[in-house]
Design a protein around this ligand. Structure first.
Ligand SMILES: [Zn+2]
Length: 270
């Protein structure tokens, strides 16, 4: 197989020599969703790049420009906290003003129509919730909030970034003076076990697993679709690029995620 570039979208030349995504591929996915009782979506950066949010790991992304601050460094010294807040304030600009796109919207409507059980996401941008999704399991936390590491008080991110920009110092907790940090999982920080457990059990109970916009390389992203499939789910991968799990999938659609979801949704007629 090889990818063929056409204006705006990447299409796949399949083994049968047919080019592009065939309507029957979308119909097949729609059919599985119609038949399913417990479909689950797993999403990665690819669904949000269509909202203009850069993939942090991509060239030009925030981690290509900056040396990440590891969690133990953050805890250990004030200089690292300063650098962390500088980077986070810079990254905050990437999020500001971003709105959900059609892909987020379709997933939210499927949840409301009981087609989808919920969304597991690697994203920290909160756009699934903005689109109306209710059950969102955020593996890497959320950039929408800042937490006090001492008393767990939670703050809206905007006010804390403003405080950092105004004073040049990492903001401390109003209640206890504790260290504050974005409610995201940092480099070198463990994922929260209860979140991983919830994602794992939702995956295990799925009868259709839609893996959307994830390169499926980072753990546990690489494992959740496998867990779902091992437990009997059909695995559908929607991503512009190849993934290491493509050979396992029941259906792979390499195309703009928003367009793919819109096509499937059109067939479902929700
Ligand atoms: Zn506190």
């Amino acid at each position: 197989m090889h990818a063929v570039e056409v204006p705006g979208i990447v299409v796949l030349s399949g083994n049968d020599g047919q080019q592009g995504v065939r309507l029957m591929d979308f119909e097949q996915v729609a059919q599985w969703l119609r038949e399913s009782q417990r479909a689950v979506a797993f999403t990665g950066a690819g669904i949000s790049t269509e909202s203009g949010i850069p993939d942090f790991r991509s060239p030009g992304g925030v981690w290509a420009r900056n040396k990440p601050v590891y969690y133990d460094e953050f805890l250990a010294n004030a200089e690292s906290r300063q650098e962390y807040w500088r980077q986070k304030s810079e990254a905050h600009v990437d999020f500001a003003g971003s709105v959900p796109n059609v892909g987020h919207g379709v997933l939210a409507s499927w949840e409301q129509n009981r087609i989808l059980q919920g969304v597991i996401t690697q994203n920290i941008d909160g756009l699934h919730q903005d689109a109306g999704s209710r059950r969102v399991i955020e593996l890497h936390g959320t950039a929408r909030f800042v937490d006090c590491l001492s008393c767990a008080r939670r703050y809206e991110v905007d006010q804390m970034v403003e405080r950092f920009q105004a004073t040049g110092n990492p903001p401390t907790c109003d209640d206890c003076g504790g260290i504050t940090k974005h409610a995201t999982i940092s480099f070198g920080q463990q994922l929260q076990p209860q979140i991983v457990d919830e994602a794992t059990s939702l995956s295990r109970s799925a009868d259709v697993m839609l893996a959307i916009g994830s390169s499926l390389v980072v753990e546990p992203a690489a494992s959740l679709p496998r867990i779902a499939q091992a437990a009997g789910a059909r695995l559908v991968i929607l991503n512009r690029d190849e993934t290491p799990l493509d050979h396992l999938a029941d259906q792979v659609i390499r195309r703009s995620i928003g367009e793919s979801l819109r096509e499937i949704n059109k067939i479902l007629g929700t």
